[in-house]
Write a new protein. Structure first.
Length: 222
């Protein structure tokens, strides 16, 4: 998403005509700001939050806030992007090859979004964890009988450490099943979405930019 966002901004600022003063045109600014809103909206979607309550999204979405009630806000924003690009091509501001290049970028963005949605909405079957838990339990019960004669009382702490390691691995897999949570080991989506916004807006020459989040006092980056 980071690389596709930067590439999309380069396309917008390079392929489409600029304003008379050499700065970004109204269309270029609208496309870039809408994309900044898109990455914030994707973060909100992955964290199952309310879009209307997110300050960064509401700050960047502009006139597209009418789309907030849609069932899939991020898809609606990409669709609006594509309509604007096609209209520019129909006016003669964009040739067919560059329009095709935009189309590939939109497909890549939707591909990334679809992958995130599959991770978010496809939980691991409970049977996998159940079988793993039972195997660890049987291992913990049987290991002392097989090594008690050799290790004597030392088998107790050894068995405890081994089984604790297996249990921690199982727990780590359960927690990482959803990497988009606000838990400390979730992906730093706030940092990523704000970094993308700063990167793409800098290319337009904007200077009044939000600060990119840094780790808090506990060393956690959200």
């Amino acid at each position: 998403m980071v690389n596709a966002s930067r590439h999309f901004t380069n396309q917008v600022l390079s392929y489409l005509p600029r304003a008379a003063d050499g700065g970004p045109s109204e269309l270029q600014r609208r496309l870039v700001m809408r994309h900044a809103a898109y990455v914030h909206a994707l973060r909100v979607l992955m964290r199952a939050q309310n879009p209307a309550d997110d300050a960064n999204l509401m700050r960047t979405i502009g006139e597209d806030r009418v789309l907030i009630g849609r069932s899939n806000l991020t898809y609606s924003l990409v669709a609006a992007q594509q309509r604007d690009v096609v209209e520019a091509a129909n006016r003669g501001d964009l040739d067919a090859l560059r329009l095709q290049s935009f189309d590939q970028t939109f497909a890549e963005l939707l591909g990334v979004q679809g992958g995130c949605e599959r991770i978010k909405k496809t939980p691991m079957p409970r049977g996998y964890a159940f079988i793993a838990e039972r195997l660890v339990m049987f291992f913990a019960l049987l290991l002392p009988f097989s090594l008690a004669e050799t290790l004597s009382w030392a088998i107790v702490p050894i068995n405890l450490l081994i089984c604790l390691g297996f249990q921690l691995i199982s727990e780590a897999g359960r927690v990482l099943e959803d990497p988009f949570t606000m838990f400390w080991n979730g992906l730093p989506l706030s940092q990523l979405s704000t970094m993308i916004e700063v990167n793409v807006r800098e290319e337009m020459g904007d200077t009044n930019l939000p600060s990119i989040p840094t780790p808090n006092e506990d060393g956690i980056l959200m």
